[in-house]
Design a protein around this ligand. Structure first.
Ligand code: AMP
Length: 122
């Protein structure tokens, strides 16, 4: 299977559908999740075509990888959730129920997020 150029985040990157942008640089984009699960719920995506963390770390260059981690960190700074605490989470593949096949990290905060995994299917 190859990268699906019609996935929703690819469309956001091409400007075909809007997003509520939070910040970006040459290699990464952060925007508001459309269905927030916490007062702060931001998605960070690389601008390159990677479906998973494995593809990202294997195929992205060091600038892309450094950019990605810096943007994740900047989001936490900008939303003032460093002191109170926050969670970063990446659903990767079937068992994690990844919905959008473009690698992304969720940055969640602004309330107590409870235990790490709450709704397992069995
Ligand atoms: P995941 O299950 O990790 O693949 O999560 C995909 C996330 O993308 C979900 O939290 C969705 O709410 C979010 N999402 C889907 N479509 C959009 C969109 N157009 N803009 C912002 N977030 C979206």
């Amino acid at each position: 299977m190859s990268y699906d150029k019609n996935n929703i985040f690819a469309k956001i990157l091409r400007g075909e559908i809007p997003c509520k942008k939070v910040c970006e640089d040459e290699y990464s984009l952060a925007f508001q999740d459309i269905n927030p699960q916490a007062p702060v719920h931001i998605l960070v995506i690389p601008k390159g075509e990677y479906r998973s963390l494995q593809e990202f770390t294997t195929n992205a260059n060091d600038h892309e990888i450094a950019s990605f981690m810096r943007i994740v960190s900047q989001v936490a700074n900008d939303f003032d959730i460093v002191k109170s605490g926050y969670r970063i989470l990446a659903n990767n593949g079937e068992d994690a129920n990844q919905e959008v096949p473009h690698f992304h990290v969720h940055v969640l905060g602004g309330k107590n997020l409870g235990r790490m995994i709450e709704n397992t299917k069995g």
